[in-house]
Write a protein that binds this ligand. Structure first.
Ligand SMILES: Cc1cc2nc3c(=O)[nH]c(=O)nc-3n(C[C@H](O)[C@H](O)[C@H](O)COP(=O)(O)OP(=O)(O)OC[C@H]3O[C@@H](n4cnc5c(N)ncnc54)[C@H](O)[C@@H]3O)c2cc1C
Length: 407
């Protein structure tokens, strides 16, 4: 084992961002990803506040801007498609509900993969099945690849992290379900969005359409309360049937969206939850991104937090010069106050996402109209400064790619 060999589980956003910085700090990152390639799908995600600075320091700001989706703002519509309330993208200086930099989550994952493929070993279509650590390193077993030893293991494998289960314990101890389900997929563009993110609510459900980079398609988003009996994550057919049963007849464009879902190739759905852990590391194993602190898509800060977290973890490892214990402790000290902010859901929380009653829907429309005016404007503006709630340390990591050190 080389003392600079680091294994990262997950090629989402946090994993490749971490590999980017590690290779520049002289480490030799390997990423194992369960899927056969970087996973496409998902909607636009925001790169806000400190995360924008991190992307700039990664030397990728222009590349990210080049793939951004232009959104003019968010509009809440009624069942006839009439706009009842709206907030333009520039209402809070590009940091409102729709941010200045909105990119498709799949595009960002692909961009980060492309930026790291020369300096990172990628093992696709595989997963960690066993972790045993001692003072010198970590022995890792894989589903397909042969057993190997690494100096450190980083779990960047999302809300349902396999590394967290293996090294810290069962998911139920760390994940708090938020009681709602969301589904994302691409559908043909039959709609006149005109660059707007349009959202419709009926009690307990939400249907939204967002512009895509490809003008021939749009991104559909469905949200609903989790049914009393729960859902089996692995049963894709049951989930599609649940969505079809819930949204058919829900109003606005729901019927058409459900019809298009049947042939969409990128349906991704999840039960929303937040991860909460007293410590993000145990020995030589450390968690990053949604695996450690998932704030949930309702926060709008999951991707930003993953990018900022990778920067801080890699920076502290570089600063500690090989003392991983000191690095992991500093990582938590620097990052925790920011993560705490990202986990505070916007006012209304889940009710703002899928209001339960007509009264709640009316209230949300009214508050949206008031949001850009005094005095609510000041309260709301504070909400959008969370993305800045960290002073990024200056780590002495080279901005240029470094050749992978020889074994
Ligand atoms: C397909 C997809 C679509 C998404 N769409 C949205 C969206 O529209 N809006 C939004 O706000 N958030 C979305 N998210 C979540 C968002 O990407 C994260 O909240 C945020 O970017 C933090 O990223 P992460 O890298 O920590 O986690 P993720 O982006 O979830 O990445 C985790 C990666 O780990 C992989 N993985 C999982 N388990 C294992 C395992 N046992 N072994 C190896 N690899 C594993 C996954 O396949 C995935 O590639 C989506 C996530 C995915 C995977």
């Amino acid at each position: 084992m080389h003392e600079k060999d680091v294994l990262i589980s997950g090629a989402g956003i946090a994993g490749p961002a971490m590999a980017h910085w590690l290779s520049r700090a002289g480490y030799r990152p390997t990423i194992v990803e369960r899927a056969a390639a970087p996973r496409p799908g998902g909607q636009t995600v925001d790169v806000r506040g400190a995360a924008r600075t991190v992307v700039e320091r990664m030397g990728l700001l222009d590349a990210v801007k080049a793939i951004r989706v232009e959104e003019r703002g968010i509009a809440f519509v009624d069942t006839h498609g009439r706009r009842r309330a709206e907030m333009s993208a520039d209402a809070f200086g590009g940091e409102g509900i729709v941010a200045e930099i909105e990119v498709l989550r799949g595009d960002l994952a692909e961009l980060l993969h492309d930026a790291t493929r020369e300096t990172t070993e990628y093992l696709f279509d595989d997963a960690i099945t066993g972790i045993e650590q001692n003072d010198d390193g970590v022995t890792v077993r894989f589903g397909r690849a042969p057993e190997r030893r690494f100096a450190l293991v980083i779990g960047a494998d999302g809300l349902h992290s396999g590394v967290r289960t293996l090294a810290f314990g069962p998911e139920e101890r760390f994940v708090r379900p938020l009681g709602c389900i969301s589904a994302y997929f691409t559908v043909p563009n039959r709609y006149r969005l005109d660059g707007w993110f349009e959202m419709y609510n009926a009690p307990g459900t939400m249907v939204a359409l967002r512009p895509d980079r490809d003008p021939a398609t749009v991104k559909a988003l469905l949200g609903m309360r989790t049914p009393a009996g729960g859902v089996d994550r692995r049963d894709q057919e049951a989930v599609r049937a649940l969505l079809a049963g819930t949204f058919t007849g829900a109003g606005w464009v729901a019927d058409q969206v459900i019809a298009d879902m049947q042939t969409s190739s990128d349906v991704f759905w999840e039960e929303l939850g937040q991860a909460e852990m007293d410590s993000w590391s145990t020995g030589r194993v450390v968690l990053l991104g949604d695996a450690a602190w998932c704030p949930s898509p309702i926060s709008g800060l999951g991707t930003s937090a993953a990018l900022v977290g990778a920067y801080v973890l890699a920076g502290e490892l570089a600063r500690a010069g090989g003392d991983h214990q000191a690095a992991f402790a500093a990582y938590e000290t620097v990052l925790r106050p920011y993560i705490k902010e990202t986990q505070q859901l916007p006012p209304g929380g889940v009710d703002g996402f899928v209001p339960a009653s007509r009264l709640m829907i009316a209230l949300r429309l009214q508050t949206t109209r008031w949001m850009t005016r005094w005095p609510l404007r000041n309260v709301v503006a504070k909400e959008f400064t969370k993305a800045e709630a960290i002073t990024l340390p200056d780590y002495t990591i080279s901005a240029a790619p470094v050749t992978r050190p020889a074994p």
